[in-house]
Design a binder for this molecule. Structure first.
Ligand SMILES: Cc1cc2nc3c(=O)[nH]c(=O)nc-3n(C[C@H](O)[C@H](O)[C@H](O)COP(=O)(O)OP(=O)(O)OC[C@H]3O[C@@H](n4cnc5c(N)ncnc54)[C@H](O)[C@@H]3O)c2cc1C
Length: 579
């Protein structure tokens, strides 16, 4: 059942306690509660996602980020690689976590991304071939709402039909579609058409897929959590924060963490609840390391300066933060059929909303870009400057181009007039690393978030190469007489040095933080969890969320999180089903 008050919980001991009802936590809750012999409590800091229309409408995803009641309104430290700019760093704080507030783009990552996970953990269970059946199990692909013929737009054999997470292809045509696709014929060497970026080989230009179906967002909450709430053995407590993992006992010098401390506000009563089997930490790549550190699991030198007693000396906690830098670039175009008027014309926006409400069709069913390209650096590129290739392999991209038929920016307001297209460029296999540290030992203080964007020169050079690639794309024959010119500072950035400065001025986050409690082998001291996701040096505590990735996949992260959470659920079930 769903609870909003700690005092109303029917018991104080469950078999499992899941911290965070986000993307991964919801999967764990669903799969474990399918076993009637288990009892599960999920604790979520945020509230319910029910009946929030902006959350259900794919096109309006971006508007949720200004709703402070649904997000962790984080910002970064001044970013040294970005001219000391502080940038927004929101996460979902609501049932479904970030899957309830994200942009719905559905990308699994590549075969090489997961095979690298298997290699660095020494556990073949993380390979693409092992996880692929679980990816299919998670997915329930549905035809796009406009019922257009999708032959040639995806690879049907790479998709599950019966899983909980609805996925689909664009359900409303864009005037830009023919032009983008023609690029793959005009310059197939540079922009090869890829039938499906989700079949293991991501490289090329593809139709975007999204985590929606029948016009509506499919989140971890709608897909996994709400259906599981029908199970009598699952309790979900919302509006409640886990403030500490409690050292419940110690056996042979190994501390156990089978209890958690809860609070509903900073000064509120603290309540302890316990798990007879395991605590599963799924608070996401920012809050998971924060909670570990608050609980005395981290680097002992850093913890002692904060007055926190070290219970497990684990140097990797909060280090190794990885994320994709995002740069939104716009060009003015010779067209009147861009989407720019939606944000300018309230009557138009209202009519699209009414159409969505009445029929779940129209522009609002889509995510704002019908195609994207995942590309590798040209073989003769010098962008890496002698650094080893940071990508996982040939099926993984160095850069991403996301193409939208409107002015898109996360910094500049949209101009009052004119028609625009945008190409969002991203560094998909970044070398820069950052960290999560504590500002204080108070659980309600925000942690210090430093993604370290563009601190490695090769990431800057790859971003510049991505800008050249975007320019190359819109310089192919299909775009001639359509593109009028670059918008804003891009127009004056005519050298690589100027493009690098333009990138440092414009980069924000793709909202893909991960790797802050990475998995690894027993002799990797910087690995926080082993390949079964159990916290090293502790007992009774497992981590299942984007923190455990050893490397950031060259992908948007929700589908990789679903994949690892599905496997984690199997590992947990297997560990406890006999006892
Ligand atoms: C704005 C935005 C846009 C994005 N766009 C895309 C996209 O288009 N495609 C894509 O694939 N990915 C996208 N992502 C990334 C993707 O959504 C995340 O990587 C993924 O959902 C993370 O899953 P998670 O389980 O690790 O964490 P989350 O889903 O964030 O779950 C963590 C949960 O734990 C809760 N929690 C945290 N601390 C505590 C505590 N102390 N006590 C109790 N509960 C706690 C949180 O409130 C949250 O519900 C986006 C993310 C954001 C924020």
């Amino acid at each position: 059942a769903l609870y909003t008050d700690v005092a109303a919980l029917p018991k104080s001991t469950y078999d499992f306690i899941v911290v965070g009802a986000g993307t991964a936590g919801s999967v764990i809750a669903n799969r474990l509660s399918a076993n009637p012999r288990f009892s599960i409590l999920v604790v979520e800091a945020g509230g319910s996602d029910a009946n929030i229309e902006a959350m259900q409408i794919p096109f309006l995803a971006g508007t949720i980020l200004s709703n402070a009641s649904l997000i962790w309104n984080y910002t970064t430290t001044p970013q040294r690689g970005l001219g000391n700019r502080i940038i927004p760093y929101q996460r979902g704080r609501v049932l479904g976590g970030s899957s309830s507030v994200n942009s719905l783009v559905f990308t699994r990552g590549s075969r090489d991304d997961f095979d690298r996970f298997a290699r660095v953990t020494g556990d073949a269970g993380w390979s693409w071939d092992s996880l692929f059946p679980l990816m299919l199990k998670a997915e329930g692909f549905v035809d796009p709402v406009d019922n257009h013929d999708i032959t040639g737009q995806y690879n049907a054999s790479a998709h599950g039909r019966n899983g909980p997470v609805r996925t689909t292809l664009p359900g409303f045509p864009s005037a830009l579609d023919p032009r983008v696709l023609a690029t793959t014929q005009a310059d197939p060497a540079r922009f090869p058409f890829n039938l499906d970026t989700n079949d293991g080989d991501t490289i090329g230009l593809s139709w975007t897929q999204s985590t929606g179906g029948n016009g509506v967002r499919s989140s971890a909450a709608t897909a996994y959590l709400w259906p599981a709430l029908r199970n009598a053995n699952l309790d979900v407590l919302i509006d409640t924060r886990v403030t500490r993992l409690v050292n419940s006992a110690s056996r042979q010098g190994v501390p156990e963490f089978r209890s958690v401390e809860l609070a509903q506000n900073a000064s509120g009563t603290r309540t302890i609840v316990s798990a007879s089997k395991e605590v599963i930490l799924s608070a996401g790549a920012i809050n998971t390391p924060q909670l570990l550190l608050l609980s005395g699991i981290g680097d002992q030198h850093t913890l002692s300066t904060l007055g926190i007693k070290t219970l497990v000396n684990s140097t990797g906690v909060g280090s190794n933060l990885q994320d994709h830098p995002l740069l939104a670039n716009q060009w003015s175009v010779n067209s009147t059929s861009t989407l720019d008027d939606i944000s300018r014309n309230a009557t138009l926006a209202e009519s699209l909303l009414v159409q969505w409400e009445q029929t779940k069709t129209g522009q609002f069913v889509d995510v704002g870009g019908n195609q994207f390209a995942w590309l590798r650096l040209p073989a003769n590129s010098t962008a890496l400057g002698g650094h080893a290739d940071p990508s996982a392999g040939k099926t993984s991209a160095h850069m991403e181009l996301f193409i939208g038929n409107t002015f898109a920016s996360f910094i500049d307001p949209a101009p009052a007039t004119g028609n625009f297209i945008s190409v969002i460029t991203g560094v998909s296999s970044p070398i820069s690393r950052g960290s999560i540290t504590l500002a204080s030992n108070h659980p309600f203080d925000f942690p210090i978030i430093d993604p370290g964007f563009l601190t490695h020169p090769a990431d800057v050079a790859v971003m510049v190469e991505a800008l050249h690639t975007a320019t190359a794309m819109i310089s192919t024959a299909p775009w001639l007489s359509f593109i009028l010119g670059p918008y804003g500072a891009l127009a004056n950035a005519t050298t690589d040095i100027a493009l690098a400065a333009y990138a440092r001025d414009g980069v924000t986050s793709y909202w893909h933080p991960c790797c802050t409690a990475k998995m690894g082998t027993s002799n990797d001291e910087t690995a926080v969890v082993d390949s079964k996701l159990l916290v090293k040096g502790a007992a009774g505590l497992r981590i299942v969320d984007a923190s455990v990735f050893p490397y950031i996949p060259a992908a948007h992260l929700q589908a990789p999180v679903y994949a690892i959470a599905e496997r984690a659920a199997q590992l947990i079930e297997h560990a406890w089903s006999s006892g």
